[in-house]
Design a protein. Sequence first.
Length: 322
Amino acid sequence: MLGADSILAEVGPAGSDVTEVSATAKSFDKSPTPPPTVLRRPAPVVPQDLDDAMIISRRQGESEMISDVIGGSRPVLNSSELSCLLNDTFWREDNFNAESCAESLISALDTKGAKLIADHVKQRVQHYGICVLGLSGGRSPIPAYEKLAEDKDIDWKRVKVFLVDERYVVASEKDSNQRAIIEALISHIPIPPENFIRPNCDVPLNASVSVYNSQIRDLINNVDSDAWVTVMGIGPDGHTASLFPPYDEPEDTLDVIHTNTDVFAITRRITLSLHALEHSGQHIFILTDAGVLDTAYKVDRSPAVPLLDAPGTVVICMEKEK
Ligand SMILES: O=C(O)[C@H](O)[C@@H](O)[C@H](O)[C@H](O)COP(=O)(O)O
């Protein structure tokens, strides 16, 4: 059994925030472009409030309790992530509370995600007077958006928020990405309505794609890449945004396109194309299922890979460094 000291040595100082995950953030001075960043797996998550409970135990009973708790609150977590958690999760054998332990771990990830987004947005606003912030849907980033809404230091008048992709359902449906993002973030922040740019799914699909394409084109034409920050996710099949592998982008593709999937419930999607996503100078991936990283690199032509490999990309998820 490892002692608390050796565990701390392995994971960093007590009280540290979730360990910074990967790539170097792009600098804002105009120094030469840094070399392509090698994606590194994030180091273990060590929630601050568990620092005093770092006695390790790996009894099967506790594993199942954590699995139940995490599985209940965040169903995307899989067994690979769970085993990472168990390897890096510490508790007092006589006073173990699986629920608060799991919640702290998850909360640390969400806080880290929110802080990263907030820091990048503030930097852009400060340096460029504007930030274009792309937000993905899906489940993983939503709690980070909720925490982002609590940050009172962001000048939202200077931020243009757009949707990376949308499921083609009316905005009142539970599967709507814009509904989730409005509920988690937009309805809680002082952002002018015209600064929230998203597809209108109440009109025919082609019309929706066409209008959204013009809006995104307008942003691309008018706002420098360096002022863009885009939050991404990766699906269990290695897709990102609503670009599904194997993905080849035709050269003449527009900035916003319509895609189809037969893997997921909502089949019709509206999404930024890869080249439009590549316009963003900064990508932040928020993943609760670390296994999707492996999937993205293994599947044939995952559109996530060029963005993961882009200079400055940051990935946060609960996975130990290998
Ligand atoms: O509309 C969507 O579903 C997304 O924008 C999509 O690209 C998402 O980011 C991934 O599927 C990951 O989803 P989870 O966060 O739910 O794992």
